[in-house]
Design a protein around this ligand. Sequence first.
Ligand SMILES: [Zn+2]
Length: 500
Amino acid sequence: MYIFITLHSYQDFSRCRVDYGDYEGVMGLEVHAHLLTKSKIFCGCSTAFGAEPNSHTCPTCMGLPGALPVLNKKVVDFAIRLGLALNCTISKKSIFARKNYYYPDLPKGYQISQYEEPICTNGYLNIYVNDEKKRIRINRVHMEEDAGKLVHENAIDTSSYSMVDYNRSSTPLLEIVSEPDISTPEEAATYLKALRDILLYLEICDGNMEEGSFRCDANVSVRKKGTTELGTRTEMKNLNSFKNVEKSLDYEIRRQIEVIKKGGQIVQETRLFNVDEGTTYSMRGKEEAHDYRYFPEPDLLPLIVDDAWIEEIRKNLPELPTEKMERFIDEYKLPRYDVEILSSDKELARYFEETIKLFPEPKTVSNWIMTELLREFKEDNISPKDSPVSPACLAELLSLVKDGTISNKIAKDIFPEVYKTGASPKKIVQEKGLVQISDESAIIKTIDEVIARSPKELADFRAGKEKLLGFFVGQVMKETKGQANPKLLNALLLKRLKGE
Ligand SMILES: [Zn+2]
């Protein structure tokens, strides 16, 4: 029996809490992270991206008969680094295994991966969704090699030939597998972001989703709230942006609920997400699922890791994003929202801390970074470490506001120039004559002029239309080109308007 269902494609997803009625989603994510090692996992070939096709190859990564793999120690270092950051147990002994399947981009006819005894197991990652902490357990982290890349003449089904580039063959990957602890698409995206932040903090992956160095597959099932049994799951492949992860998972959860409500059954299958239509569609069913016939890789010895090796790596771990967030909340009394933004990039966090060393008002600095500075960074697409405005320069600008030399508005007005030229804010303020007018008599003089030419507004104000205060402030600011000290102006103006 066929079950026909109609679903609206996913269109207006906003970051509000999703509601699936009596049902909830159950998701586990599998993430592949490309490692930033200089050479490949089992040979000395370069991992550099964008080279002439097949120029970074040797008999080992092209799978020629008789060539033997030699494990790259750096890959193990990176795997342990991530394992420790994810609170995993590091296996003293782990095994490489052959995952057998044939595809033209896999010259050996098998991929060397880890199967029964991976290097890291039983970890967790804490995430925060709507200010609530949730622990996502990590089942395992294992090492493996990537395949090569096929290049087709045009779309795969109309090409008369395909070409293969083995430059990517045998580049190192870590696969990070979570337990099915994720209940909403928002949690999935938050988990992914948190995981990506950790990889970036550890400097072991560049986290680029578009280029495929950080890729995600998801296992999705649904169940009635309050039950614990797992439903039949589908596998979503190649979710290549945070937005697509949320959209596709939301669609897939709703689709499964619809099928179940109509008395149907979920079919175990692999599905893909159609970005344009916002829907998911079946790629292959269970009957086509591979049986990889894993067995221990006979060309590699079991990997033995001792305590000294693990401790050496633990000692050199940087402060991780969650630790930094907790510290920022504790030390600087910042809201979680600010802290999540500031700690999302190690360099941005460093920039913030350098600035508050010179201007110790964390919330003011945080506001400026999150609005003015990040806007410029985004426009120029640059990293905080390349900021043309140094922390000292930003601190100088904020000090000018604090000591009353300029108003906050003037500071914001000149910020783009400070950013563009990298010039000292003090110098710009002096050169442009922007120093705030804090001379009472000068302000009173302008106030009196404005009042003299606005008799109607004055009468209305005195008759109780207090909103007109804004009108008078605006007029005086216009006359003084925004340079009147706002606090002083308000106080003086009120006195004048009330006839005091
Ligand atoms: Zn090679």
